[in-house]
Design a protein around this ligand. Structure first.
Ligand SMILES: [Zn+2]
Ligand SMILES: [Zn+2]
Length: 333
């Protein structure tokens, strides 16, 4: 089978590898559609602590079950499926506390390699985070399950009751999904981005695009109820509290490079009761929620899909992304 490997930043190689044999509880999925992701792009540009190099590349997928290992329940050969690439171990100290996204083993046991003709899914993913794809959902949209699971995650804690306005900073794929989700939940959304293309998409998704100074002055000078940081840049993390009203909340969603540091005005945090909320990854419950949103077609996420490439031309997709062109590309094996 044909499989893409990220060898080092900027270098993807296609290799012929052997079709994996599923062990007990595992399945092999014939990838119909894979999607590029911001994490993949970070790895392609500068390397990523959670994506080993050289190694298999890609983690957003949907396709058909090709083979099943012994004891797989609920899936058989030929079933169209959509899934994510990780699942908690259910045994560690964090899983015991129900903090499944923070599972101590979740990153080591994830399945990379969606940019390939086939991907092997381990038992813990099959049993927790793999779903049947309904016929009315296209494979492209089904492949958005993983990033959407991440996007819904913080809203389990940051409840939207009483939140009328939100500012989304950075409107790449993740920012655009936050916009779609917040709009669905009835929140008035403002958006900021340095790219004209992304600003256009933000407005297509229903956000009001603003400039920096306007963002500060918004809502009769009161400030935003919620700010969602989606750039992963130190200075934006730092600035994100400036747009909040007293008692407001920031969701710090964009991961910064290793070793980044920010400092905040203690006055704002204490006297203005501002809450900083970090958000990482997703739990099986978030995947279920994202699955519902996709299959009930409650969000229109088609503006996120910027074009498509065959697996052989995958480098071209990353070249465009590196130039800031496009949001997500469909990769077809
Ligand atoms: Zn992703
Ligand atoms: Zn665990």
């Amino acid at each position: 089978m044909l499989q893409a490997f990220l060898l080092e930043p900027g270098r993807i190689e296609l290799k012929e590898t052997i079709l994996p044999e599923p062990s007990d509880g595992e399945v092999v999925v014939r990838v119909k559609t894979a999607l590029t992701c911001g994490t993949d792009l970070k790895a392609y540009i500068r390397g990523h602590p959670l994506i080993p190099m050289p190694g298999p590349f890609g983690h957003e997928y949907s396709g058909y079950i090709e083979r099943t290992g012994r004891g797989v329940k609920g899936f058989k050969e030929g079933d169209p499926v959509m899934g994510v690439h990780s699942a908690p171990c259910l045994e560690c100290r964090y899983c015991e506390r129900g903090l499944f996204n923070l599972c101590e083993n979740i990153m080591e046991t994830k399945a990379l390699g969606a940019f390939a003709e086939y991907i092997l899914l381990p038992r813990h993913i099959v049993s927790q985070n793999l779903y049947h794809k309904p016929v009315h959902i296209g494979f492209e949209h089904a492949s958005l399950l993983e990033p959407l699971s991440c996007v819904v995650h913080p809203y389990r804690v940051v409840l939207l009751d009483g939140i009328e306005s939100a500012l989304v900073i950075g409107t790449g794929a993740i920012g655009l999904m936050h916009i779609a989700y917040l709009r669905l939940r009835g929140v008035k959304v403002f958006a900021m981005d340095i790219s004209e293309e992304r600003r256009g998409l933000a407005s297509r998704m229903g956000a009001e695009v603003v400039r920096e100074n306007e963002a500060v002055e918004l809502r009769e000078g009161l400030g935003m109820d919620l700010v969602v940081e989606c750039t992963g840049k130190e200075d934006v993390w730092q600035r994100s509290v400036d747009y909040l009203r007293r008692g407001g909340r920031v969701i710090l969603f964009g991961g910064c490079p290793h070793g980044s540091r920010v400092s905040y005005d203690t006055h704002r945090l204490h006297y203005d009761e501002i809450t900083l909320h970090g958000s990482f990854h997703y739990t099986p419950e978030d995947v279920r929620e994202a699955f519902k949103l996709i299959t009930e077609q409650r969000l229109d996420l088609s503006p996120l899909l910027s074009g498509e490439f065959t697996l052989r031309d995958i480098t071209e997709a990353f070249r465009l992304l590196k130039q800031g062109k496009g949001i997500k590309y469909i990769i077809r094996p």
